[in-house]
Design a protein around this ligand. Structure first.
Ligand code: GDP
Length: 532
């Protein structure tokens, strides 16, 4: 990065965003095309190719390779048209939602990709709900318009109904499937027609028109398709609310683009849309006060830890979202609550093709800080002020199992491995108060059990097995200390402690859970642990 002199201008051109979607909607394809289009990569296929290289290097990604899914999130930074984009990749598979949820706390906006034939799917809806918790503005991209799709109006209606969101078309598709021709851009009266020939570059014809009656349209579309376009756009302009930038930025309205990532179509307009419409880094909620991006002092928070990316070095990278200040390499930052500052001598930036040492960064940027376990998920980093960023959630695990080392002599080692992996957020780890040797692990999706076992075996050399445990749900319990003590004395068999020492209640079944919550009205039983 070049030397930064005007911090305000740098912040203003940052767009830090994520793509949310259901598996198979086209997120990988779209990511690749965004990078291709911005010139960050030369050749389509590079996202996958880069993945292959990484896979070849690291053993623990075996699960990833075998199942053909993407387990680890990464960050890609690229420039286009004066904007600096930071795209935070979120693992698409439904089993890795917790990692994804946390990544969403580090973005200022999101693109929601929808398969035009399928509409809103389960995972899209869940991720959307997480965005809504923080009013993250969302641009919708309806993908795969080159295939038989559902009626666009019906799709708009579905988004509006299922997500309870105002929806307005930024573009309107002309035909679909084999007859898909391109889009009419409702926001700025422009036509973009698709070139089906070359998938590795963007050659689409884009031209401005004065409106739907502009005769230029007739030079490109048959009369009946032109008439249909006119009718439809006139109708949706009447039916849908007009685009309102403020409503979008507050998370109440989503503009919808249509396209085909595979054919590169609509990608340029989408990226321009993120540049023009999406917000630059916002104020971040924190206690005792919020933090504005243009404050002088550097602040940030850890939203993801990735350990052992390179087995030889046993490195751990803490992914930090910067929230304010002008970060410079070599700075000392203090994890709030700790007395030991971290000397950030070799921070990593994630340019689309490579990792690179970061010399400077500002609010909205993501830097990777290599460390040996000093940084944890949810940590706030400052130059000394006691500020804690809020709203980085942990979700109560939905699936629980007991974990044991195959060699009983390795129980202690297993404990340490589990603590480290819990800090990384791979699984929730709980130590029951009565049986002192067996840990209970909890995950949101069952594939995480495989990942966990695989990592413990390859990274720590401890083969493990799982056993069922009579537990239906886990809840973090908190409240007045005297009441907590009374509760603990009465429920010792159902209590455990998580890796940070917070008490967790393990209910045997739904009845046990409801009954306990009713019996202890002064205590809180949380499904989400906010790392405050
Ligand atoms: P992800 O799981 O969301 O990352 O989805 P991928 O990007 O891997 O895409 C899933 C499948 O849909 C792949 O076979 C893609 O080639 C295909 N696909 C993606 N975009 C399009 C598109 O615009 N049109 C068509 N026909 N197929 C697409």
């Amino acid at each position: 990065m070049t030397d930064i002199t005007d911090i305000g201008a740098e912040i203003a051109r940052r767009r830090t965003f994520a793509i949310i979607s259901h598996p198979d909607a086209g997120k990988t394809t779209l990511t690749e095309k965004l990078l291709l289009f911005s010139g960050a990569i030369q050749m389509a296929g590079a996202v996958k190719a880069r993945g292959e290289q990484r896979r070849a290097r690291s053993d623990w990604l075996k699960v990833e390779r075998e199942r053909g899914i993407s387990v680890s999130a990464s960050v890609m930074s690229f420039e286009h048209d004066g904007f600096a984009f930071n795209l935070l990749d979120t693992p698409g598979h439904e089993d890795f939602s917790e990692d994804t949820y946390r990544t969403l706390t580090a973005v200022d906006s999101a693109i929601m990709v929808i398969d035009a034939a399928k509409g809103i799917e389960e995972q899209t809806r869940k991720l959307f709900e997480v965005c809504r918790l923080r009013d993250v503005p969302i641009i919708t991209f309806v993908n795969k318009m080159d295939r038989e799709a559902r009626d666009p109006l019906e799709l708009i209606d579905e988004i509006e109904q299922t997500l309870a969101l105002d929806v307005t078309p930024a573009a309107w598709p002309i035909g679909m499937g084999r007859h898909f021709r391109g889009c009419y851009h409702v926001l700025d009266d422009r036509m973009v027609l698709m070139d089906r020939g070359d998938r590795s570059s963007i050659n689409d014809a884009s031209f401005s028109v004065t409106g739907l009656d502009d005769p230029t349209i007739g030079e490109h579309l048959p009369r009946d398709q032109w008439q249909e376009l006119k009718d439809q756009v006139t109708m949706v302009r009447e039916l849908c609310p007009a685009f309102d930038l403020q409503a979008y930025r507050e998370g109440h309205m989503t503009p919808v683009f249509f396209g085909s990532a595979l054919n590169n179509f609509g990608v340029r307009e989408l990226l321009e849309g993120v540049g023009r419409l999406a917000p630059s880094p916002r104020r971040q909620p924190a206690t005792p006060r919020d933090v504005a991006p243009d404050e002088d002092k550097v602040t940030g928070f850890v939203f993801k830890i990735q350990a052992n990316m390179d087995l030889k070095h046993r490195d751990r990278i803490a992914f930090v979202r910067l929230c304010s200040g002008h970060f410079k390499r070599g700075m000392r930052l203090l994890p709030v609550g700790s007395t030991k500052a971290v000397n950030v001598s070799a921070p990593v930036m994630f340019l689309a093709q490579d990792r690179e040492i970061a010399d400077e960064a500002v609010a909205g940027d993501i830097i990777g800080i290599p460390n040996h376990g000093t940084l944890r998920i949810g940590d706030s980093l400052t130059e000394g002020e006691e500020i804690r960023f809020t709203g980085i959630p942990s979700f109560a695990p939905e699936l629980l199992r007991r974990i044991r080392p195959e060699d009983p002599m390795k129980a202690k080692h297993l404990g340490r491995a589990l603590e480290q992996l819990a800090e990384e957020g791979v699984a929730a780890v709980m130590k029951p108060r009565i049986t002192s040797s067996a840990w209970v692990v909890g995950v949101v999706g069952s594939l995480q059990f495989d990942v966990l076992a695989d990592r413990i075996r390859t990274e720590y050399g401890i083969p493990v097995s799982y056993e069922t445990v009579e537990a239906y749900a886990a809840r973090w319990v908190s409240g007045d200390p005297a009441e907590m003590k009374r509760f603990a004395d009465n429920n010792v068999s159902a209590l455990s402690d998580d890796h940070t020492g917070r008490p967790v209640f393990l209910a045997r079944n739904a009845w046990h859970l409801n009954r306990t919550v009713e019996d202890w009205p002064k205590l809180k039983f949380d499904k989400v642990k906010n790392q405050v």
